[in-house]
Design a protein around this ligand. Structure first.
Ligand SMILES: Cc1ncc(COP(=O)(O)O)c(C=O)c1O
Length: 385
């Protein structure tokens, strides 16, 4: 019998889609992947070289449970340079990706029965982390017309005696929206513990996305190397936490994870110090794809509430075709060989939406959108059932 703890965890539909797509590919079909939230770029050379050097130098042992001091210092310098905030290295804990970081942070702030505000649309894993710990996610819809920014007035009304925290994520998965300082200040004024997922920081096209630490030091930040440095498989992230929580988080890390990967930590130091040129190159390629995708989706008649200014996603409404995109997404995969993510994954009230990822080559994006155009031209989806 499955336990309540695991029974409530929902599967990641995007993984189900991906697995089906892989099966189709194994059968000789070509599938265009516009569903994946993973950079298609290779990890920058300087990062790979640092890892090779670390291996050659036999840096193959456990590290300090908080992470290598040199890496924590480099992270601290990055927050000073980019956000003009000083984060002491002993308030940084290096983790095996941001994902376990969530578990560590939420474990030290939540008691069973506590509530956590989760603005919708959200990264699908958030409610699972919360529920796994016996706490309750409270979904509060962010309106497309308000640029998908958290609706602070609406959130205020949902705060009760058990409401402990709020999770925010900008640049956002799935909307690509960035946030402004004024909205961050309004969120900080709610008096809740803030958990800010800043994993897409650095992936912005024009405007800057401020860190929560610019408006309050009393917040938890999650960040990592997966997206910005094309290092998903290296499994490296970090947590920034208020001093009073550090020992508790460290105890969990020591017991559950010991330390993050030693080679990846060396590689991450090189990413922070030497990958600037690679970052600029990747950003310019993403931006070109973003512009192209927005133009084509607009021409196809999809409703784009905002111009996404960060991450590598476009979230648009297909409500004029179908009220729930799941059926449509599977049909698109099976009949036309294009994989996209249904909006319902990011919150029930966004079921008519679809998330497109432009972490794929311009050539593939063009091919994928041509196929979507052909799909729409069949006429079978010009209804609102
Ligand atoms: C918003 C968000 N947070 C966290 C993660 C997980 O990142 P990591 O690879 O660091 O575990 C992802 C990955 O898709 C994400 O989109």
């Amino acid at each position: 019998m499955p336990l309540r703890r695991t029974e409530i965890i929902t599967p990641f539909m995007v993984m189900d889609l991906l697995e089906r797509a892989k099966l189709l590919e194994a059968q000789g079909r070509e599938v265009i992947h516009l569903e994946i939230g993973e950079p298609d770029f290779d990890t920058p050379r300087c990062v790979k070289e640092a890892a090779i050097q670390a291996l050659e130098a036999n840096e193959t042992h456990y590290t300090h449970s908080l992470g290598l001091m040199e890496l924590r210092e480099a992270i601290s310098q990055q927050y000073l340079k980019e956000y003009n905030v000083y984060v002491p290295p002993d308030q940084i804990l290096v983790t095996s990706g941001t994902s376990p970081g969530f578990l560590l942070i939420l474990s030290v702030i939540l008691e069973p029965g506590d509530e956590v505000i989760v603005p919708e649309p959200y990264y699908p894993c958030y409610p699972n982390f919360i529920q796994y710990l016996g706490a309750v996610p409270i979904f509060v819809r962010s309106e497309p017309e308000a640029g998908f920014l958290p609706d602070v007035a609406r959130i205020k009304k949902r705060i009760g005696p058990r409401t402990k925290a709020i999770i925010i994520n900008f640049p956002s998965n799935p909307t690509g929206q960035i946030i402004d300082k004024k909205t961050l200040e309004a969120i900080a004024s709610l008096g809740l513990t803030i958990v800010s997922d800043e994993i897409y920081h650095g992936l912005v096209y024009g405007e800057r996305c401020p860190s929560i630490l610019e408006v309050t030091q009393d917040a938890f930040v999650l960040n990592g190397f997966s997206k910005r440095y094309a290092m998903t498989g290296w499994r490296l992230g970090y947590v920034i936490a208020p001093n009073t929580y550090m020992r508790e988080i460290q105890k969990l890390q020591q017991n559950f994870l010991i330390s993050a990967n030693s080679i990846s930590q060396r590689a991450a130091i090189a990413a922070l110090r030497d990958a600037r040129e690679d970052l600029i190159r990747m950003l310019s390629v993403y931006d070109e794809r973003r512009t192209y995708m927005l133009k084509r989706l607009g021409e196809l008649g999809f409703y784009l509430p905002i111009e996404p200014k960060g991450a590598f996603y476009v979230f648009c409404d297909l409500g004029h075709i179908h009220h729930d995109s799941v059926e449509l997404v599977w049909k698109l995969l099976e009949d036309f060989g294009v994989a996209v993510t249904p909006g319902g994954e990011f919150g029930k009230s966004f079921r008519s939406y679809v998330r497109f990822s432009y972490a794929n080559s311009l050539q593939n994006i063009e091919k994928g959108l041509n196929r979507i155009e052909a799909f729409l031209n069949t006429g079978q989806w010009k209804r609102n059932s």
